[in-house]
Design a protein around this ligand. Structure first.
Ligand code: SF4
Length: 67
């Protein structure tokens, strides 16, 4: 989910827009922004921010944004 913006532009788009994929992305709404993933990430990623940004992009694509 945190890399969907890249995935949807590099792989066949339809596979990332299925009902199952949309349900998976919608789970981002449940993020508590507790930061536990960020604190443990071995790559130092700000995962909560990545999730938020990728979800916003995904929703814009669902709404018709051209990619
Ligand atoms: S900040 Fe990370 S660990 Fe916390 S709820 Fe969100 S995704 Fe899960």
């Amino acid at each position: 989910c945190a890399r969907m913006s890249l995935m949807i532009r590099r792989a066949p788009q339809a596979a990332q827009l299925t009902d199952k994929a949309q349900a998976m992305m919608k789970k981002i709404e449940d993020c508590l922004h507790c930061g536990k993933c960020k604190a443990k990430c071995p790559y130092g990623l700000d995962t909560p921010r990545l999730l938020e940004e990728n979800y916003q992009d995904y929703r814009e694509i669902l709404a018709g944004k051209m990619i």
